[in-house]
Design a protein around this ligand. Structure first.
Ligand SMILES: Nc1nc2c(ncn2[C@@H]2O[C@H](COP(=O)(O)OP(=O)(O)OP(=O)(O)O)[C@@H](O)[C@H]2O)c(=O)[nH]1
Ligand SMILES: [Zn+2]
Length: 339
């Protein structure tokens, strides 16, 4: 105090803006970092988050105050610090906005640890070749379960239609009313990519599919300059593959995002609750109030209301059979795309 009065007009404590916490006015009414810049996370690599805002790319790390909360591709975040995106700069993620959807998986069916793969996706495009490699319907079913469970709309993309007829595969998914597109993307004769682009426009779409089905070929056709590596003969198992390879979001030229998931080698479904899955099938769910408590609605579940509805002709037999097939896929072992 003595110094202040003696020094009369000037005290450096009055004018210096200290960096960090102390400089920021806060009150209980004002959320922390209300001035944080909104951004979208498009890639994650070893604790560094690639974010986009106003069309520029900014690298960020998570602020300590976020704690152990995971930040994933698709997250809408608030950034503070240097958000210029200039080389060598690093912004801080101080906030993660509430997610509209969360696509999860467990590493395997008996693995209780859930991992969030992508946040805020509104569509899951399941890519399957009609031949080379042979389709794996069980894996399609499992991916559908993950999508329905997450409240994300599924889209089936059948590639390599030049090699085999997709009709049988399409027919087996028709009762589930899953939209489907068929492509033939062999060099020189791209067919169907325009239709895929229509389905993807202005939406955030996650791509899944096992190795060699033509995901990268498709992404390259959809996103000019994406430069995804194609044509690798992949004999690498999940263990052998670099585990930090994670999802990456690529901007589509007509709006929207396609999110490639090269690191995902399996689709464990331990987290899926059958009681929640049926909500994706409102016509079937309407018949379940008659079910006994805790009914799994599976084939042979005692006194399941769905059987009564089937007998009374109120539900489509093919649709119910398809639903129960999905339900059963959850209980089968080995969710490896490459199994
Ligand atoms: N005949 C035919 N071949 C295709 C088609 N689409 C892609 N291919 C070929 O299939 C092979 C695998 O395609 P990729 O795009 O690398 O497949 P991917 O799903 O990205 O595979 P990974 O990179 O291993 O995950 C490549 O040799 C492609 O040229 C198609 O529609 N018809
Ligand atoms: Zn039931």
């Amino acid at each position: 105090m003595a110094r202040r009065t003696a020094a009369s007009s000037y005290d450096e404590r009055d004018v210096r803006v200290r960096p960090g916490r102390g400089s920021r006015p806060r009150s209980k009414l004002r959320p922390a970092h209300a001035d944080a810049t909104p951004a979208l996370v498009i890639a994650v690599d070893r604790g560094r988050y690639t974010c986009v805002l106003d069309g520029r790319t900014v690298t960020a790390m998570t602020a300590r105050e976020l704690g152990r909360k995971a930040v994933v591709v698709g997250d809408r975040v608030g950034l503070v610090g240097d958000v210029s995106g200039a080389p060598g700069t690093l912004a801080r993620i101080v906030r993660v906005e509430e997610r509209t959807t969360v696509l999860r998986r467990t590493a395997d069916d008996d693995d209780p640890v859930e991992r969030v793969i992508v946040a805020n996706a509104d569509q899951l495009m399941i890519v399957t070749a009609v031949a080379d490699p042979e389709p794996r319907p069980r894996l399609i079913d499992r991916a559908l379960v993950a999508a329905f469970d997450a409240g994300i709309e599924p889209l089936l993309c059948l590639t390599k239609a030049d090699l085999a007829d997709p009709a049988a595969l399409l027919a087996s998914y028709a009762p589930l009313q899953v939209p489907a597109v068929v492509t033939r993307l062999a060099p020189g004769s791209p067919i169907g990519v325009g239709e895929v682009a229509e389905h993807l426009r202005d939406r955030a779409t996650v791509l899944v599919g096992h190795s060699g089905v033509g995901k990268s070929t498709l992404v390259n056709a959809l996103v000019p300059g994406a430069d995804r590596a194609t044509g690798q003969v992949n004999v690498v198992t999940g263990r052998g593959r670099h585990t930090s390879t994670s999802a990456v979001a690529l901007a589509l030229p007509d709006g929207g995002w396609v999110i490639d998931t090269p690191g995902i080698r399996s689709f464990g479904l331990a987290h899926v609750d059958p009681g929640r899955l049926i909500l994706a099938f409102p016509d079937l769910a309407a018949e379940t109030p008659a079910c006994p408590r805790g009914c799994t609605h599976a084939d042979g579940a005692p006194e399941c209301g769905l059987d009564a509805a089937l007998a009374a002709g109120r539900v489509d037999p093919a649709r119910l059979a398809s639903y129960r097939r999905l339900l059963a896929s959850r209980d089968l072992q080995a969710g490896d795309w490459d199994a």
